[in-house]
Design a binder for this molecule. Structure first.
Ligand code: PLP
Length: 395
């Protein structure tokens, strides 16, 4: 039976996907797509909550994936049967992957020329015998990125992600036909960035790869993800005119594959206070954990926004919020409040739809938060809850 509750009664721990906020993001993306001709895809690595794919399908062209599982999910829930596209890129594919991807993908993007050589015969023979074969592309490393955090920078020295121009030229000198069957170029060099870095990156791409883009066999240009397109202050007009310019100049379809921008500010992680201890500072132990339920807090690292809270010491009651695991560093951050916290107090972490559910884990045997969807009328519908079996089944 469908379970519906008001937001303030959803049992914790819980992720709540904010459907009206997803629609707001969707409308901004659809506007960019309609006025630029770009195809916008959800990068599922950020957000794979397929319960809301039917809603997202109203705004975007489909999904992209980092491998077979995500590609299959995208296909099953928002793929060709729904008139939508499924794209996939991975640093490496096995031949088993390829056999399963060829029938469900519209674009398959290879990370190296060696990978392309391994898979191209299979790809060509699939294309010969099937009317609806994927289009194939290569990921390039333009050796230009403005990302400052190395672990998120695909152009960092020694990066495995993407082909260098000089390596392509060397390969072409040995084998002129190496690009036969390739119809698109892929670049992914952004992370949480505005239009400025994108326009500067496009300049580099045109300088280094303009000759390839000019070739008639190249039908598409995929500019990856990391674009904060749905943020209030993103220069969407700049993006629209740049996409229009690129499409016309090179006669290509432009693809954008944001993850974060689709689901930004579109969900809560709700936790409750289990205990309060003191050791130089008051520490609230919660039923939500940085390590298990919002690992980017430790990886990035960052202090997640929390509803009705303030900076430490700004208000009379300051607490360190921490998880119920044995990891000493499972600390979410220091926050202050107008009123003291108590055992049972509920805390609403915001912007918790992206890079959370896709990354959570049961380290320390922590329960997985249930997943709810918040609708326009303020009611939440339970999509999924988890228990002991979900912990045991993976071990
Ligand atoms: C991570 C990633 C994305 C999505 O990035 P966001 O920062 O979530 O927008 C898109 N494409 C590729 C290839 C990626 O690795």
């Amino acid at each position: 039976m469908e379970k519906r509750l008001p937001l303030d009664q959803v049992p914790t721990p819980a992720y709540v996907i904010d459907l009206p906020a997803l629609r707001r993001n969707g409308e901004r993306l659809r506007d960019v797509a309609e006025r630029s001709g770009a195809h916008i895809l959800l990068a599922q690595k950020a957000f794979s909550s397929y319960s809301v794919y039917p809603e997202l399908a109203k705004y975007i062209s489909g999904t992209t994936a980092s491998g077979y599982f995500e590609a299959r999910l995208g296909y099953e829930e928002m793929g060709r049967p729904f008139g939508k596209e499924t794209h996939v890129y991975a640093p490496a594919f096995t031949t088993e992957d390829m056999d399963k991807l060829l029938p469900i993908c519209d674009h398959i993007i290879f990370n190296s020329l060696a990978q392309w050589k391994v898979h191209r015969d299979r790809a060509f023979s699939y294309a010969e015998t099937n009317a609806q074969a994927p289009s194939f592309g290569l990921r390039f490393n333009p050796e230009y990125s403005e990302i400052e955090t190395d672990i998120y920078n695909p152009c960092v020295k020694g990066s495995r992600l993407g082909i260098l121009r000089e390596d392509l030229d060397q390969a072409l000198a040995l084998d002129k036909s190496i690009l036969d069957g390739i119809s698109g170029l892929h670049f992914h060099t952004h992370c949480e960035q505005g239009f400025g870095p994108l326009s500067r990156t496009i300049k580099v791409i045109e300088e280094k790869f303009g000759d390839l883009l000019m070739q008639p066999q190249i039908k598409w240009l995929n500019l990856g993800g990391g674009h904060h397109i749905t943020k209030d202050d993103y220069d969407r007009e700049g993006l629209i005119s740049e996409v229009n310019r690129l499409s016309e100049k090179y006669n290509v379809t432009v693809y954008l594959e944001p993850g974060e921008a689709v689901a930004i500010d579109a969900g809560y992680l709700i936790g409750s206070v289990l205990d309060i201890v003191e050791n130089g500072i008051k520490i609230a132990i919660l039923d939500v954990s940085a390590a298990c339920h919002m690992p980017d807090v430790l990886e990035m690292p960052y202090r997640p926004p929390l509803k009705d809270s303030f900076e430490a010491e700004e208000k009379p009651y300051t607490y360190r919020l921490a998880g119920n695991t044995c990891l000493a560093g499972d600390v979410i951050g220091d926050y202050s409040f107008e009123a003291p916290l108590q055992v049972g107090s509920r805390l609403y972490f915001t912007d918790m739809a992206m890079y959370t559910m896709v990354k959570n884990n049961t380290f320390n045997g922590m329960p997985l938060p249930s997943i709810w969807v918040l609708d326009d009328d303020g009611s939440c519908t339970l999509f999924k809850d988890f228990g002991y079996e979900d912990f045991k089944e993976r071990l």
